[in-house]
Design a protein around this ligand. Structure first.
Ligand code: IMP
Length: 200
């Protein structure tokens, strides 16, 4: 067997240039996406958001609640910059057809922190119509938290159908379908470090 010498300089260069950084378009099934927000911009915005949250919630008893699956990367990157003494948990929403007036019933899975009288910070990947957020908030309110704040990486103001204020917003984006950095199309694309928007 021939053992090749390790070339350290090539290894270092490859480590710095990830595949997603050099890809400007991504195709998943029938859809083509082009790069829209770089990993560098995402990092900068998350840093600013963390500074604000650290300042705003300094004297509060905080539980961060990440909404899976989409928020997993955003939550991880945001929370490592949070210096508050806080608890962190994740929930998942299962939705199924039901008999309420929207035709959908949602149900939270995995809330195992006691949230009564606590400040909750919900961590979302994206707020589009706001329906998901609204149903999560309604469920959480049954546990009588002191207050619920919302931190979302992406917000589509033109699609948002609610009056409730979003406390922390990373990027306001137009009504395009986006993938990457936790967001998927048919389960694909969550691992991309940049955000890509669907091409017309
Ligand atoms: P909403 O209930 O309409 O606000 O939508 C929220 C959920 O829909 C998000 O948590 C995402 O899972 C999904 N979603 C909305 N817009 C997009 C998008 O552009 N790309 C990927 N997922 C999206």
């Amino acid at each position: 067997m021939k053992v090749l010498p390790v070339n350290h300089s090539i290894f270092l260069i490859l480590q710095d240039v990830s595949l997603a950084n050099i890809m400007e378009t991504v195709t998943i099934h029938d859809k083509k996406f082009s790069q829209s927000i770089s990993a560098k911009k995402i990092r900068a915005v998350i840093h600013q958001m963390a500074v604000r949250i650290n300042k705003d919630l300094v004297s509060k008893d905080v539980v961060f609640v990440g909404i899976l699956n989409g928020s997993f990367l955003f939550a991880a990157d945001l929370l490592r910059l949070i210096h508050l003494a806080c608890r962190i948990t994740f929930i998942k929403i299962s939705s199924y057809s039901g008999t309420d007036n929207t035709g959908n019933v949602t149900h939270l899975i995995g809330l195992n922190e006691a949230i009564k009288d606590k400040t909750i910070v919900l961590i979302e990947d994206i707020v589009d119509s706001g329906n998901t957020l609204d149903s999560v908030i309604k469920d959480l309110e049954k546990h009588k938290p002191a207050e619920i704040k919302i931190a979302t990486l992406l917000f589509k103001p033109d699609a948002y159908e609610y009056k409730r204020k979003i406390d922390y917003i990373g990027f306001r984006i137009p009504n395009a379908f986006v993938i990457g950095y936790g967001l998927d199309y048919d389960g694909f694309g969550r691992n991309l470090e940049n955000i890509f928007a669907e091409m017309e």
